[in-house]
Design a protein around this ligand. Structure first.
Ligand code: GAR
Length: 213
């Protein structure tokens, strides 16, 4: 038996993408990885409730409770990730931009879901509802979601998967956000999590000569 990829999910808010990952794991659609830790950068994140309901260990790590700087915040996250033995980090609605100091530790081991078709409506300042507001303001007729690897460039890492979603007449940022989640994000992210977990699981096995269990 190959040992599964240990997944940590980083969240900031409602956690519907975390829920999609939990549900996919329960269904067996994610079988090469296992969610071992959820980290929230806000104690008010409803995602924490979802982790608790699923029996997944969760930690609240905020800038404020870790010394007040990005450096100390990231150091605290690295410590928690090391302690959990995380092999893959999934940013599922994690709305803090990570510095190169963090991202370079995990090459091709961090993935993010972005609610637009990168390179449209992405980068600094484009998160959550703002992304859909910008898409509606521009007047695009098609938007979507992107899963990509995370490097030091915000939303600039290699694209793993994308799915297009129609913009409909009368859409508000809220209705568009919901459609993009339902038709793209909640499908793409679990699928990408399995694909990347499978690759990492095989890499781990190769490093240990196939005997990692
Ligand atoms: C999701 O739409 C996700 O794609 C987006 O925030 C939302 C979080 O919802 N992420 C970004 O905008 C990252 N730049 P959730 O907490 O319900 O998963």
């Amino acid at each position: 038996m190959l040992s599964k990829t240990r997944i940590a999910v980083l969240v900031s808010g409602g956690g519907t993408n975390l829920q999609a990952l939990i549900d996919a794991q329960k269904r067996g659609d994610i079988k090469s990885g296992e969610i071992v830790l959820v980290i929230a950068n806000s104690s008010r994140a409803y995602a924490l409730e979802r982790a608790k309901n699923a029996g997944i260990p969760a930690a609240v790590i905020t800038k404020k409770n870790t010394g007040g700087t990005q450096e100390t915040f990231e150091a605290a996250m690295i410590k928690a990730l090391d302690e959990a033995g995380a092999d893959l980090i999934i940013l599922a609605g994690f709305l803090s931009i990570l510095t190169e100091n963090f991202t370079r530790r995990y090459p091709k081991r961090i993935i993010n879901i972005h609610p637009a078709l990168i390179p449209s409506f992405c980068g600094k300042g484009y998160y959550g509802l703002y992304v859909h507001e910008a898409a509606l303001k521009y007047g695009v007729k098609v938007t979507g979601a992107t899963v990509h690897y995370v490097n030091e460039v915000p939303d600039g890492g290699e694209i793993i998967a994308q799915k297009a979603v129609d913009v409909l007449p009368g859409d508000t940022p809220e209705t568009l956000q919901r459609r993009v989640m339902e038709q793209a994000e909640w499908i793409l992210l679990p699928r990408a999590a399995e694909t990347v977990s499978e690759r990492i699981m095989r890499e781990k096995a190769n490093l240990t000569g196939g005997k990692n269990d």
